[in-house]
Design a protein around this ligand. Structure first.
Ligand code: ASP
Length: 348
């Protein structure tokens, strides 16, 4: 009997997929020959298949790719124990957050990874990222996956996907999750922080009800991320908030959710909300979150009808909002769902 776990690698492009040809030019890596290129993979005792998408730089990602990825996982869900998605690092946190909101009843690992240095360069970080991501996607206890979540593995740390941001364009540990502890830390061993991984009750005893995986799709892209700054003008704010068809705003504020208290600023926000636009407050800081009741400058936003994004990342807030707007015709429904943590995207 073949007891090897089966993993599907889904390749979308990005730096990890690059290698040098004989002339030294960077060309896409052939992941179909992964076992030939990295004999180490064979020692993992894992069966690997590869699903290749047309490789793109992740700056070109749109919700169409999120849909295709979610469908690929859903259509292959019963055949594999886990999934590894290779993605460019630039927008990986957006895609990984989006997928975390699209899946209902996910009970298998979906591990995103990529690299800062191309696979074909000696010093690549891609090899370790890929091999460990495969190992994590295949890891089980009593036959049940150890990380049944959408997550992101990079440079020795596994994070909950919708808690991550790319924080460095240079460092090999490019990603972090400042408001939620890593789900695993990798040294000689892979140490899983099971206290922070989401499990159904009785998970490792198999006492949960396996429900079929479902995918919610339909992102409404009529949203804007608005980062305020000292000196932001009434004309600019007015122009942004009066964009035709606008339905949602992620307002990146100072500190614990503070913004100017000038009447023109607050009035513009109130008028926009009265028009039916959902405005969500997230902090510009990389750590911590919004507590609008703390300062007068936050309270005014709350009174104007701005809702709290708690300690969500901008990536999680904008993808969650787009999906809710695409699926919820009522503004109140969007606001209520925004305030409920769906997949551990805010809170502890
Ligand atoms: N521009 C690349 C991308 O995001 C960068 C990378 O993969 O590291 O596709």
């Amino acid at each position: 009997m073949n007891t090897k776990p089966s993993i599907l690698i889904i390749y979308t492009g990005g730096t990890i997929g690059m290698q040098r040809d004989e002339s030294g030019t960077l060309i896409p890596f052939d992941f179909n020959s992964i076992e030939k290129e990295f004999p180490a993979v064979r020692h993992l005792n894992v069966h690997i298949d590869v699903h290749k998408m047309p490789p793109i730089d992740s700056s070109n990602v749109t919700p169409a790719l999120w849909r295709e990825l979610a469908h690929t996982v859903r259509d292959n869900y019963d055949k594999y124990n886990g999934f590894v998605i290779l993605h460019g690092t630039d927008t990986m946190s957006y895609t990984a957050s989006a997928l975390s909101f699209m899946f209902e009843n996910l009970q298998k690992p979906v591990v995103f990874t990529g690299s800062q240095i191309p696979m074909g360069i000696m010093r690549t970080d891609g090899r370790e990222n890929l091999i460990t991501a495969i190992e994590i996607a295949a890891a089980s206890r009593n036959g049940y996956p150890i990380v049944p979540e959408v997550c992101l593995y990079f440079q020795n740390k596994l994070f909950r996907a919708n808690r991550t941001s790319k924080l460095s364009a240079e460092a090999l540990n490019a990603f972090d999750s400042r408001n939620y502890p890593p789900l695993a830390e990798v040294g000689v061993n892979i140490n899983y922080n099971t206290a922070y991984i989401h499990y159904e009750d009785g998970w490792f005893e198999g006492q949960f009800n396996p429900e079929p995986l479902q995918v919610t799709e339909g992102f409404d892209t009529n949203v804007v991320i608005l980062k305020i700054f000292p000196g932001i003008s009434e004309t600019t704010l007015k122009a942004v908030l009066s964009v035709d068809g606008l339905r949602g705003v992620i307002l990146e504020t100072f500190g614990t959710g503070n913004a100017p208290t000038a009447d023109w600023f607050i009035n513009l926000l109130s008028e926009t909300i009265a028009r039916g636009v959902t405005i969500v407050n997230v902090t510009q800081c990389v750590g911590g979150g919004v507590a609008m009741e703390l300062y007068e400058t936050g309270k005014r936003l709350q009174q104007a009808g701005v809702i709290s994004g708690h300690d969500m990342t901008t990536e999680a807030a904008v993808t969650k909002l787009m999906l809710l707007l695409g699926n919820c015709p009522q503004k109140d429904g969007v606001a209520q769902s925004m305030l409920i943590s769906k997949n551990g995207e805010f809170g502890s």
